[in-house]
Ligand binder design. Structure first.
Ligand code: XIL
Length: 315
């Protein structure tokens, strides 16, 4: 029988997995028998973020990340490391640091986390810097930019490269899926870092609203591929107002297909697609964007949607 992963091959088809959900899932026969087999990739939804993995300075807690990594190994999933440097879900102590002290803590974080997961045989890449830009294309004024200037970005990649040279290093962001000021800025940075062999891939999050996809998705992906990097759809979901209307359900199926087509149009340079969860039951969407949901490929009861069929057909 057809699965997302079979349709996507040789690309991976991944999902964000969180430990709270994984622990439920192991007691959930629907998940065990069907959902796991649909996928060939995983991104830890929160477990490898700074606030959880280094909550106090130089005190590391790999428990959650290790659970997702072990689950990924057991199921032969491609694992995306997510993420090393991000302003959100950042341990509060980091934001109190200044200058060289902040940089030393950042080097220690990147080095320790990447070293810990270096032996995970299915680890494919790391999102080194996540969400570096504002929508207008200026740098987001996070603690690193404020303290160290924009060089913190290439410098973080240089550290990551020195820890694990063969691993793919990604930069990941949202609202960069179409051609706009933000994706222009990202592209310029990627071109500069690629010339220094600091970056290998660009992740397009793709947290979309039904019927509102950028019309130049494929064209935008193509200009990044032309810069010599690979790309991936890293956090796909397509939300709608609740309760879902028939029209939105139909549109969602078209929109998922549009994203798949924009990926496959890049040939081997688009290496995989990850949806930000498996079932709507555990999606971040309803709590983050109140009044909306129904954003993933499986509903609250793991029943595949029209969008599931259109996704398989498009891949
Ligand atoms: C989200 C998680 O899904 C939530 O559980 C958490 O509360 C906040 O972060 N961009 C990213 C992801 O790169 O890490 C975010 O994940 C969603 C937006």
């Amino acid at each position: 029988s057809e699965t997302l992963k079979a349709a996507a091959a040789p690309r991976y088809f991944g999902a964000a997995l969180g430990v709270p959900h994984l622990l439920n899932f192991t007691h959930d026969p629907l998940f065990d028998t069907d959902a796991v087999l649909q996928f060939s990739g995983a991104t830890p939804e929160n477990e490898m973020k700074w606030a959880y993995i280094e909550p106090e300075r130089n005190v590391f807690n790999f428990t959650g990340g290790d659970i997702v990594a072990a689950f990924s190994e057991a199921n032969n999933y491609v694992l995306r490391g997510h993420n090393l440097v991000w302003y959100n879900e950042l341990a509060p102590w980091v934001e109190t640091l200044t200058g060289e002290d902040l940089w030393n803590a950042t080097v220690n974080h990147i080095t320790t986390v990447m070293t810990h997961y270096k032996e995970s045989f299915n680890l494919y890449c790391w999102d080194v810097v996540n969400e570096a830009f504002n929508d207008d294309g200026t740098y987001r004024e996070n603690v690193w930019y404020t303290q160290l200037g924009s060089d913190y970005v290439p410098n973080a990649y240089a550290v990551a490269r020195s820890v694990n040279a063969p691993l793919k290093l990604y930069i990941n962001d949202y609202n960069t899926e179409g051609i706009n000021n933000k994706s222009d800025a990202l592209l310029a940075l990627v071109q500069s870092m690629k010339a220094q062999d600091l970056v290998d891939g660009v992740g397009f999050q793709c947290h979309f609203i039904v019927g509102e996809l950028p019309t130049d998705l494929e064209e935008n992906f193509a200009r990044f591929v032309a810069a010599g990097v690979e790309i991936a759809v890293t956090e796909l979901d397509i939300r709608m107002n609740l309760p879902p209307s028939e029209a939105d359900i139909v549109q969602q199926a078209k929109d998922y297909a549009t994203v798949m087509n924009a990926c496959t149009a890049q040939g081997a340079a688009c290496v995989g697609v990850t949806t930000w969860g498996i079932t709507d039951l555990y999606s971040w969407v309803p709590s983050t964007f109140p009044g909306t949901g129904y954003a993933l490929l499986f509903d609250d009861n793991y029943v595949p949607k029209s969008a599931y069929n259109s996704t398989i057909y498009a891949l």
